[in-house]
Write a protein that binds this ligand. Sequence first.
Ligand SMILES: Cc1cc2nc3c(=O)[nH]c(=O)nc-3n(C[C@H](O)[C@H](O)[C@H](O)COP(=O)(O)OP(=O)(O)OC[C@H]3O[C@@H](n4cnc5c(N)ncnc54)[C@H](O)[C@@H]3O)c2cc1C
Length: 490
Amino acid sequence: MTDASQQAAATPQSEPGDKIAVAIRSRLTFNLDVDVVVVGGGLAGLTVARETARMGATVAVLEARHIGWNASGHHLGGVMPGFGTSITDLIARVGIEDARELWNLSKEGANYVRAASREDLIPGITLREGALEVSNVDSGDQLVGRLQMLNEDFQTEVEGWQADRVREELGTRRYFHGVYYPGAFQIDPRKYARGLADLARREGVRIFEDTPVISIDPSGIRKRVMTPSARLRASHIVLAGNVHLGTPLPRLADTLVPVWRHAAVTEPLGSRLLELMPFRGVVSDTDGIDQFRVFDGDRLMWSSPETAWDLKPARFTAAIQRRIATVLPKLGKVAIADTWSGVFGQTVHGMPQIGQLRPGLWVASGFGRQGLNTTAMGGLVVARGMLWGDDRWKLFSPFELVWAGGSSGRVVTQAILSWSRAMAAGAGALARYREGVRLKERQREIRLANANRQVRARVAQRQNAGPGRNPPPSEPVRSPPPGATDGNAA
Ligand SMILES: Cc1cc2nc3c(=O)[nH]c(=O)nc-3n(C[C@H](O)[C@H](O)[C@H](O)COP(=O)(O)OP(=O)(O)OC[C@H]3O[C@@H](n4cnc5c(N)ncnc54)[C@H](O)[C@@H]3O)c2cc1C
């Protein structure tokens, strides 16, 4: 088909509430033979496509709707090393050596996003440095071990921040200590997916939107892919459809639990936001409940509630407002400019699905709520595995495709989401209560120590005055007013 006929298949792109839509998208209406077909034009699919094209393959991306309509265009733009599961769980599962290799791959993914996020490559991407992971509870003892592990065993530059510093930088007493990642960064979430698609096109990738894949036949050397109005043949198929994959391989889609995460951006808050919260990086808590950052100068971008069901984003406006007021009480109730949602696929073990299902049939999916570095890494690993025979994708083999429980799994997930939020809120409240009790005890100790000092001073005065001499009238014993400290109380 010619460019002219491709233009004829182009449709204007607009979706209600979608602020990142672009003007034109082209649908596939003709049969095509390529080396690689990528199913899904999210960050995972676009990275595989861009990388395989750079290695010299002919590549087509088939996207059911349009680039970035889901999670890939509606995230918060925070890019960190690691996965959606903790390092300790990773070590327990695969041992320290493989955990280290996996972690290095996750760093490579973050580096990939950084390299692509240059203003000359993606104008307006606005890369800002730094990310802070804060703790809801006071587990400062574990902090030292975690810093050592990240710095020494996993060669990741991190700084431990005491509670006082975290609270000063964020303008809230909500959190305790934090781990600061100077090498982490944030990008404009509205720009990355479209920018990556443009970079892939520059390498020769052909991207077709409004083109759902309805079935695949992965047998034989040349595999077949069916869309409503065209048939493709390719040597490799990459399934990068996240939770929407559907009919081409329903059993694969069943290994993911869909989790909708809801987010909002406030109206401009002016200087009060910047005075309250000097920190400019992205902030997330260790329980994965809240994630936020200053955006567009003086707005706050916030993602928090999660549900196992697709509900209208507007329903979460009030919930996010309440969440902001709870975490940043000095800010009070803020006006919300926009609310949105995206769904990501959560695996049972928390690790992405990366690898070869059968010769020539690859998967890059299940990236969870930490998908920016991991989709990039997944794209690189699959592209290299496919065309260079690099077998590092096998590092993901211990994380099998486990059935996620279908609709009953979603009920359980909703219960777990509600339960884990309640547990985290309860643990946070208890930690802050304990901190309050410790502070009061410390104040009591200070008052007692002062009283004892004064008593000892009076006794000494009396002794110095000697027998028969009248001591000068002494000061009455006074306690410091409640709330006063010696400056050392935590
Ligand atoms: C509110 C929110 C905030 C987030 N914040 C962050 C963050 O700050 N940092 C971070 O690292 N991660 C974050 N994430 C997670 C991250 O956005 C996702 O993990 C990542 O975008 C997933 O990318 P993907 O390509 O796997 O999936 P998707 O974006 O869902 O893309 C998959 C695409 O495949 C297409 N598709 C599916 N089936 C077919 C088919 N049969 N035929 C054709 N096309 C098909 C779909 O239409 C879709 O466009 C956030 C997520 C949300 C929702």
